[in-house]
Design a binder for this molecule. Structure first.
Ligand code: SF4
Length: 264
């Protein structure tokens, strides 16, 4: 487990690394950039005669141009890490991959779920751009109440992911509308427990317009869905900050309410 600066979680756990791009939200994939850095760190360690450690795994999932190759590395060593965490943690699962990527075998997905099922003191946030595959396997997986499942939606073109998400188990269903690249006029928040909104950051960041954010915020308010505003993004995300109308919005799912609704 590694602590993280991602605003809506506390730490990351990567039993799987490697991915491939599925939609425009993936264009400037942060994980791919990070993987390149880790490959460079591993190469420097090897040049010094040191063990590159986990960073060495990333060489296996990037091609010669430093892009995702589509290959996946299943990290059996990381898989069992949650058993060793003493304090309860909120954990983003697979920040460097997508657990439901087509090249992650179902047996491995089940192993990841077994660990999450057995480590109930931790909260696991699984975020995927492949909710249709999650829906396909959902009935064969154990959805203990510590597992949250979310999907990323960057524009209206991929809003169908939300319908797939609704077919997946999970205590909390959430949306990561980041990087928000367009308006979401058809956003339907039925059975959605939490919404995160954020603009793209880093080199080549595409702009998020305030009116897109405001209309999502209003819809959340109208539906009583907690709203988390992560950032405006841009090339200098620190400078652009995360204030919306002069306020920060760090709302989190109301677990008591979610349990009541699911039990009804
Ligand atoms: S699904 Fe996520 S990790 Fe995979 S390429 Fe897209 S943005 Fe990157």
């Amino acid at each position: 487990m590694t602590s993280t600066r991602i605003e809506w979680t506390r730490s990351v756990w990567n039993p799987v690394v490697g991915c491939s791009k599925v939609s425009s939200g993936c264009k400037n994939c942060y994980a791919e950039r990070m993987a390149r850095r880790l490959v460079a760190i591993a190469a420097a360690a090897r040049a010094r005669g040191d063990d590159p450690g986990r960073a060495g795994n990333y060489q296996k999932v990037l091609n010669a141009n430093g892009n995702w190759s589509g290959g996946i590395f299943l990290d059996d060593l990381s898989l069992h890490a949650p058993y060793g965490w003493r304090q309860p943690r909120v954990v983003f699962v697979n920040s460097m991959s997508d657990l439901f990527h087509e090249n992650v075998p179902f047996d491995f997905i089940r192993k990841v779920f077994n660990v999450m099922n057995e480590c109930e003191s931790h909260t696991f946030q699984v975020l995927t751009k492949r909710p249709e595959r999650a829906a396909l396997f959902s009935g064969k997986l154990g959805w203990t109440s510590n597992i949250w499942i979310g999907t990323s939606v960057e524009n209206d073109e991929v809003s169908g992911r939300i319908d797939h998400l609704r077919k997946v188990g999970g205590c909390v269903r959430f949306l990561s509308l980041e990087p928000l690249l367009g308006p979401l006029p058809n956003l339907n928040l039925t059975d959605i427990d939490w919404v995160i909104v954020g603009g793209e950051s880093g080199p080549g960041a595409r702009k998020m317009r305030p009116e897109w954010v405001h209309s999502i915020q209003q819809l959340c308010r109208a539906n009583g869905v907690p709203f988390f505003f992560k950032q405006w993004g841009g090339a200098n995300k620190k400078r652009n900050g995360r204030l919306l109308g002069g306020k920060t919005y760090d709302e989190m799912p109301d677990l008591a309410q979610v349990h009541r609704v699911r039990a009804a």
